[in-house]
Design a binder for this molecule. Structure first.
Ligand code: LIP
Length: 327
């Protein structure tokens, strides 16, 4: 029997839960800056976890278990503790209690909770709440995505403005992250990629795309949310996880963005004859969990090109410029 689930109700629950978690993050930050709590290193000094990450994840997990006892739960800290859950067809919550932990430790405000909800292996609900900014993003498959802020408490649909054309990467503001993997072989690929993305091909940088600027929010979720809002044109990262991006994928797709995974899968999806599940802008499980992501904002049609074709062109140009590695 197919269990009908009420996605609207689940989204409402997730929004309320994000606010409760946001309060826990603020209280945790206050304790941190009173010297009452510290942080630990996971993989290295650039991969941090705090008591607040763990306490907030427990708060969220317990609330979900009370409200939806049959749902599955995948969280960054639960996974780190060995609860590696495989994605099934069951309703599944994919949570990062604090996305931007390094920002949290430093008191840098681009910190958020990311609450994703997956049904039949498809991300269908996303909620991202940044408590220091009081920015709430939420999206539900087929119903659009929205932002609420203190200046505009009533949800505003994303993107915030009518999408514009994107003639080339030379007109783009892009985000990428240094991430926590800084070994020489991977760092060399990151640096070469960053050089090509930012370099001036007229000034001697072979393959330089000379983007207008680069931003690193330190939070995959907030990078996705800003591409959805239209304030970033593209975000690329290799090495973050499903819990960093699940909510952002829903919010971005509902704002007309294109989301692709690895280079090979992305380029294969550009052709119109792509197989089921490999079609452009599909989100198969292997993309959600594949730890390689590119998201491009909604782009306006022009007389010579549809917005979707402009997204495909942008992704191909971008992937032609950067290196790739396995995280
Ligand atoms: C962070 C990601 C970010 C990545 C960082 C880190 P966390 O997640 O959101 O994109 O560059 O290395 O993984 O660890 O703060 O939840």
């Amino acid at each position: 029997m197919t269990t009908m689930i009420d996605l609207e109700e689940i989204q409402t629950f997730a929004v309320q839960l994000s606010k409760k978690a946001g309060q826990a993050i603020l209280e945790g930050s206050a304790r941190r800056f009173e010297g009452l709590s510290g942080f630990d290193e996971k993989k290295n000094t650039a991969d941090l976890v705090t008591e607040t990450d763990q306490a907030t994840e427990k708060l969220v997990k317990d609330e979900i278990a009370r409200a939806y006892p049959h749902h599955k739960f995948i969280g960054e800290e639960s996974w780190a503790a060995g609860e590696e859950n495989q994605l099934t067809d069951e309703p599944t919550w994919i949570i990062d209690p604090i996305d931007g932990t390094t920002n949290f430790v430093h008191g840098f405000p681009f910190t958020c909770i990311s609450i994703g909800f997956v049904y039949r292996k498809e991300p269908v609900i996303g909620v991202i709440y940044a408590p220091f900014l009081e920015h709430l993003y939420h999206g539900l498959k087929g119903s659009g995505s929205y932002i609420s802020t203190p200046q505009h408490p009533a949800p505003r649909r994303l993107p915030l403005a009518e999408p514009l054309p994107l003639p080339s990467l030379r007109q783009a503001l892009v985000a990428f992250e240094w991430g926590s993997d800084r070994k020489s072989d991977i760092l060399a690929k990151k640096l070469r990629s960053f050089q090509r993305i930012t370099g001036d091909s007229d000034g001697g940088v072979e393959g330089g795309q000379m983007v207008q600027g680069v931003r690193s929010m330190g939070s995959a979720a907030l990078n996705f949310a800003n591409v959805a809002a239209g304030s970033l044109d593209l975000y690329w990262e290799i090495g973050c996880w499903a819990w960093d991006v699940c909510a952002g994928i829903v919010i971005a797709k509902e704002a007309g963005c294109a989301v692709v995974g690895s280079r090979d899968a992305a380029l294969a999806s550009l052709s119109s004859s792509a197989a089921e599940g490999q079609r452009f802008n599909d989100i198969p499980p292997e993309l959600l969990t594949g730890r390689k992501y590119v998201v491009v904002r909604a782009i306006a049609d022009t007389e010579s090109e549809t917005g979707v074709d402009a997204q495909k062109r942008t992704i191909k140009t971008f992937y032609d410029a950067v290196d790739e590695w396995d995280p």
